[in-house]
Ligand binder design. Structure first.
Ligand code: WTA
Length: 658
């Protein structure tokens, strides 16, 4: 059942091959797939050669203690040396590593030579506080250069960082500090957000009240006099970054650590309330982040200007701002603020100024840009862009096409990259010089990676079939566990298909007629309507393809007749103010037309905003509460908790059944 429906879904026939010029100069050629298939371990050994090793490994992979992998067994390297020093030694000290852009308009260009000094000083500073390899340092910082210096300084001395997103509440920070027994916390006095200075240190102090493991708090001065008098201080514990770091020696000899030495912990939410501390290690992680950054983005060191718009508080910031790009000697833009401060063209203005050639962002932002209108990017020169990336959620074909036409001048390849905090690096994605891209599909596992779509019995489904996405071979940047909880690690990822030894990603997926993979959202977001499996993503995509709709979120609400009924929440585009009955009916019919009558929403509510986490993911759980007329649950992880009130006000509108 359900598969017939799936067959009719996501019927996307448009494909966009790379131009001959692009293909000819691309880093990755089609042979890469065959090469990886011929000998996976040898292939990964070759990719690891991109890095500089202090001691070479004796074995590529040890999987005898599955699901606890060891990659590049016996190898030793220093991750920070690979991201910084070796580029200086190779004569690229004057190359700009980071074009930093502050939200208020201040800027800072940091060369590799300067980066080496800053990281070395910060490493010396941490050592002076007694930090040793294996200690955990929590970092809660906005997008300022010190965030990157701090992460690399930890890596340099073998300490683990645990970066906590700047927008997280004191309670969330405290839970993470306690779980990892962090010894030091690095933060700032305040951050600029939407044109205003907002406190950081005050929140950190609230979080750390009574925290037993924290010995020192290092505070970067960012907002300075703009928050005068609002920065609480504990003399024996707190240190200004500039007072501690600036006077340190810029000489620091990096020590080589084992390939499996822990690099960082990054917390991600699970199905329970308790966040999971995802553990990543050194050699395999850096190998795969560098390999993917080189091949998926076609990055050319010293030529391209790269910009990943993620926050370093998320895995995308770790892997595609810090480690992969810097290992590849990137020149990149790092932007502190929000995309509409002081105006909605801020990103395009930055791209024009720095001639950004590779731009990597999230579908939710692309849809926001669509809502603001194509006339805004049209005012800027975006002709430097040659590769566009997308990550974080399925990108609906309409947003994909808009991205290609409006931002990519109909020529830049779009790489839709599927991966997770747990996978550490990109797993499924087109190769920009090889793949004929297809709007809405991440398409195929990268060379060296193996993914399958399987049914409940772990059988691979055929073309046109849907099921669960699994990874059936270990990969270098895979998580090595959940911090302090091996059992939860096995249970969450390896128990569902224990017999086959598949990693269960928690995502639904299907193969289209060509065998390309489409991600359908988390399996808990797949609805079952009259025995037909329908993805919330597909209905959302259909809604967003209607000219009046800017954004849509769909949930399956329990229904006495059909099992689940489809309830949609939509934001209309600025000029389509009419959310009356006729408009709603037109939308329902539109979905029926796009997907089939089975997917026609039972109810559509026009809302002014959608509830999103701070990382931009829609919180369907809350919408399900509304759709099922329940008291709305815990809203503490919402970026803006007043959104649910706004939505509840519109609760009665748009109900129509036939
Ligand atoms: C979703 C972000 C479809 C997916 C790197 C995954 C995607 C979760 C894509 C991981 C994509 C990420 N297409 N879905 N290109 N990329 N996802 O840990 O559901 O924040 O399981 O990592 O995001 O989110 P996370």
């Amino acid at each position: 059942m359900g598969n017939e429906t799936l067959d009719n879904l996501l019927n996307e026939s448009r494909t966009f091959p790379p131009s001959d010029e692009f293909a000819a100069q691309a880093n990755a050629k089609a042979e890469l797939y065959a090469k990886a298939d011929a000998d996976r371990e040898q292939f990964w050994a070759e990719q690891a050669e991109r890095l500089t090793w202090d001691t070479k490994w004796s074995q590529v992979l040890d999987w005898t203690n599955a699901p606890f992998a060891k990659w590049f067994v016996g190898g030793k390297l220093n991750v920070a040396y690979n991201c910084v020093d070796r580029h200086v030694e190779a004569g690229h000290g004057e190359q700009v590593a980071i074009h930093w852009v502050g939200e208020p308009g201040d800027t800072r260009d940091i060369t590799y030579a300067q980066l080496q000094d800053e990281v070395s000083k910060a490493a010396n500073a941490l050592t002076s506080l007694g930090v040793k390899a294996g200690d955990v340092i929590a970092i809660q910082l906005q997008m300022i250069p010190e965030a990157i210096f701090a992460m690399l300084a930890c890596a340099r001395i073998g300490a683990l960082h645990s970066v906590v997103f700047g927008g997280f509440s004191p309670t969330a920070l405290r839970a993470r500090v306690d779980d990892a027994a962090a010894k030091i916390v690095i933060t700032s006095d305040g951050q600029y957000r939407r044109g205003k200075a907002a406190p950081m240190k005050a929140n950190v102090d609230e979080a750390l009240e009574g925290a037993e493991t924290v010995e020192k708090v290092i505070v970067v001065r960012r907002t300075g006099s703009d928050l005068e008098g609002e920065v609480p201080w504990t003399d024996e514990r707190d240190l200004w970054w500039h007072e501690l770091v600036d006077g340190q020696s810029a000489e620091h000899t990096p020590e080589a650590f084992d390939a499996e030495h822990p690099l960082f912990i990054l917390y991600t939410s699970g199905t329970t309330g308790r966040p999971k501390g995802i553990l990543h290690t050194s050699g395999g992680y850096l190998t795969q982040t560098a390999y993917t950054h080189h091949n998926v983005f076609d990055h050319k060191p010293g030529e391209d200007v790269y910009w990943c718009t993620a926050d370093i508080g998320w895995i995308t910031g770790h892997s595609y701002i810090v480690y992969g790009p810097l290992a590849n000697r990137v020149t990149q833009v790092v932007y502190e603020g929000t995309p509409n401060t002081p105006h909605e063209g801020r990103h395009w203005e930055i791209i024009q100024k720095y001639k950004v050639s590779i731009y990597y962002t999230a579908p939710t932002l692309i849809r926001t840009f669509m809502k603001w209108g194509a006339q805004i990017p049209a005012e800027y020169d975006l002709s430097s862009l040659r590769v566009l990336g997308s990550v974080g959620e399925p990108i609906n074909p309409e947003a994909w096409i808009w991205y290609r036409e409006t931002i990519g001048a109909n020529s830049a390849p779009i790489v839709d990259t599927w991966w997770q905090t747990e996978t550490g690096a990109i797993m499924i994605s087109p190769l920009p010089g090889v793949t004929s891209t297809k709007p809405g599909s991440a398409q195929r596992a990268l060379p060296g990676i193996s993914a399958k779509v399987v049914d409940d019995q772990a059988q691979e489904v055929g073309k046109g079939g849907g099921g669960y996405l699994v990874l059936d071979q270990p990969w270098p940047s895979m998580l090595r566990g959940i911090w302090g909880d091996n059992e939860r690690y096995r249970e969450t990822y390896w128990s569902r298909f224990a017999e086959q030894g598949f990693y269960f990603a928690g995502d639904g997926a299907k193969y289209d007629a060509d065998g390309d993979i489409w991600l359908l959202g988390r399996v808990d977001d797949v609805m079952n309507v009259s025995g037909h499996r329908i993805s919330t993503t597909e209905v959302e995509s259909a809604l967003v393809s209607h000219p009046t709709v800017a954004e849509a979120a769909v949930v399956g609400a329990s229904d006495p007749t059909t099992g689940q009924g489809i309830v949609a929440f939509v934001i209309l585009r600025g000029n389509a103010v009419d959310g009356g009955d006729e408009a709603i009916q037109a939308l329902r019919n539109h979905v029926a037309k796009e997907i089939g009558p089975i997917a026609k929403p039972r109810q559509i509510m026009v809302v002014p905003e959608l509830p999103k986490t701070r990382s931009g993911k829609i919180m369907r759980r809350l919408l399900r509460d509304v759709a099922e007329n329940r008291q709305v649950g815990d809203v503490t992880t919402l970026a803006d908790s007043s959104v649910m009130d706004l939505i509840s006000t519109g609760l009665q509108s748009g109900r129509s059944e036939d």
